[in-house]
Write a new protein. Sequence first.
Lengths: 583, 458
Amino acid sequence: MKSRVFQGALALTALALSCSAQAVTDEMLIDSFDGPSAGPYSDAEAARFLQQTTFGPTPADIQHLRQLGYASWIDEQFALPASLEVPYIEWVGSLGENVHQPARLEAWFLHVMGGPDPADPTNPAMIHRDQLRQRVAFALSEIFVVSDVNESIGISALAMSSYYDVLIRDAFLDYRQLLEDVTLHATMGRYLSMFRNQKPDPALNIRPDENYAREINQLFSVGLFLLNPDGTRVLQNGEPVPTYDQTTVRGFASVFTGWNWHACDDWVNCYPGPDESGWRLPMDPMESFHDESGPDVDGQGRHYKQLLVYPGVALPQGRLLEGGTARTDLTATLDNIFHHPNVGPFIAKQVIQRLVTSNPTPAFVARVAGVFNDNGQGMRGDLKAMVKAILLDPETRYGHRALPMTFGKVREPLMRLINLWRVTGSHAGNWRYSYPYPQFEFSQAPLRAPSVFNFFQPEFHAPGEVTEQGLVSPEFQIMSDAQVTRQTNDLGHRLVYGFADGGAHPTQVLIDEDADAALAADPTQLLDKYDLLLMSGQMSQTMREVILDELTAIPGGNLDGRRARVQDALYLILNSPEYLIQK
Amino acid sequence: MNRRNFLRNSLSAALGGVSIYSALGNMKLVAAAAAQQNTFTDYKALVCLFMTGGNDSFNTVVPISGPARAIYQASRQTLAIPASEVLPLTSVDGSSYGLYGATSSLDPVGTSGVRDLFNTGKAAVVCNVGTLVRPTTPEDITTPGFPLPGEIGAHNGQQNWWQTSRPDNVSGWGGRMADLLYTGNANRELPMTIAIDAEQVLLQGSIVMPYSMNGDPYGAEDLELINPAYANRREAFLRLMDEGTQRTHMLERSYARMMNRTIANYQGIAGALDAAPPLTTPFPTTLLGSALKMVARTISVRTALGMGRQIFFVELGGFDTHDNQLAAHPVALASVAQSLAAFYNATVELGVADGVTAFTASDFGRNTASNGDGSDHGWGGHHFVIGGSVNGGSFYGTMPNLTVGGPDDGYYGAVIPKISVDQYGATLARWFGVAPGNLNDVFPNLGNFQVADLGFMR
């Protein structure tokens, strides 16, 4: 604890020294003694924290956070019951409805919206409050990607929900557990071809499938290039250094052989089972299909599988010698990955990018990676500690002041819709969130990326300044002309044509404009509310004036007029440059 | 590679060392320097069809008989396409080759349209193309320090390299072509580079920012709520964007500029498209068919748009056939073939067949071995070039030896390309109108290869 505060204070000092005197604000001075974990000291600060940790601040959340303070709020979130998808889709099935991907999407929207559960909307024990967990799980779903675009898993909502539940549960466990649960989940197995991957058959020139071997390294753990502890690439003679080569991919491919549905006793004639336990439970091995040997041979004639090599690697020269079983090979291999020094910066940087800022300073990444490497109690890969370290870091708390040109991130398109729903408290009468195909209008949907490379890549940089300055802006990759037009139009249509007229629609989520219409009699009050809840009080005076000019030109003497003011205020804000960037 | 090293971008070298990315407005200097281009009096278009995931080209152009057939069968075993399912194309080096027919009970047409284009001289096959820095042998691959094109076998890395010919993804070669040629279009404001239903870097230039549209029928969509009919709202929206371009935060400025460009480009394109007479050529009602139809429709209004040169990008996924390849691959191939055949027919309808060249690309070809029910990542692969100006009916380059561990095997079954993307692209670029002296700037590795023009364009 003490060392964390000390480290925070040091970082704070460094941040303060690195920016101009004006940028050192009251916030920083107040906090400098207690560290960034003290606070929030205003509704706006609270809202800003909640933008990073929830799917949109609400007045109640702001007040609750101000009572607890950041650290206790985070701890409370860690302890809240997790909202899981499988029970929800089973409930949908119990109503006699078909359970396909639309039901899964309902579950996802319900959990990220939070609030009452449709199974029992008045039961306070069933209110969904685990916002931070859902936010982190969504971030993980954009790293450990599976997608229902792949029909072999898209045919089953259970397959997809069961996988997402792994991310929800493991978000606050540890990385090693997450890596194993992801690897052995049949949905991932079928998505990246580890499922029923077989040992070699030289006569038929059949070699083990390399799909999972490649992507577990490239995307889920270490990445293509060696990283410094601060997430920057190691350079040798000005060139990046690959983390592994084709020999390593082959080695991993041989490890990931012999796995099939849970409790299979026949390699081919085996199925998920009438209770679908194959989707719910981890894959199991059949030893006769596992490559216990390996594609390479060492100086003593022993076969082996080449794994990752790095300083301190447990396996001599990173070689997994012959003679293991599917399970012992898997354990040794996941351990081999887990202890690679790349993992901390590789994972930390991406979670920072999903929650806080697209271009963290290397020092920030290094601090968080350090916590990943050791949570202060000697444990590696503690995801709770990593998340807490991100959220309480001075760069997260003050970056918008210290780095006003670059701190922050583009809000994901789907997040804008959820922000709209949360800021207006919109919901259906039955508390279900039916929106089965968001990908058409918002270019993304949970577990529906076009490929294992997610909707956008961490390295994407928009043409122009972002590219020139060597920065990245991942979310802009799904905001091309065609895409941003659809996103802007959909938000506008919902506001102008899709609002609730006299109470919530029984089954559809229409935009509730009436509560805010009351405020709209005084457009200043309306903008105050949206400025706080959508923009953390960061709306510029110019933006405020532009919108006020437009709103006051709309007569506000009746409900229609006040609703029109709400519609235009939200349309202009949700599509504005200042709102688009979460900072 | 340090991104700031793109100051060594070859395009800047062409301009005497002027850095495109120096602060504050050097882009105008570059534009002026590049504006040596006379206005085009003819029309040419390049259309890239990117097969995302790595097309198994060894099961696309397939040996039918001869020594290559025996090798193919021995390497591919359970993945081998029966000779009876291959549509003959031509013979090279003592073996006959054809196009996998990819027919089924649901689809009797399969890939026959592309076979027909080949036989009428409108389609060519370019053999064993792939990412290369310089000509590469199997021994080179294990030589420390030998320059290789990024991470062979990694999807995003190889997609980037195919489209950029660079280790970073700052700009694509299509974008660099546009940067050099856009001043030859009567309309310099509207992007000459257009992507349909696709995300890509090929068209990313330093000056010309590509426009993205939806496939047919949607095309360019209006920002409906700021239609001029809603004058106050429109004005407020545009004021926010203008203010956005002046903001301190770089990402806010980027978004505001993007939105302003979207609005301006829409205004430039939509009216022309709406006024165009409909095409009569039928297109497959698939995403790819709709995308290529939109390309054809956009070409049909080239004069109204003031375009003499355009580059388009479309893509189709589903080629990463690790699993279930024998069922999945023919469907994807047939889709590509039927869409390309329809597109060619549309260019004939529009009277621009000689001016439009479509070409395929992909992350990589696939491994010669099977993984049981599919194939893993490879390297070199075959591609098609289709259009009225193609020297069709021939294979260009040499067909590789698919022997496992044989002379063309780079890494455990990934075949080393013998033609580089630079050479492939440069042949297209030369036809398109890039001056020979500028080709090395568009294709930074071109100078490492003896042949800059592969000869498949007339």
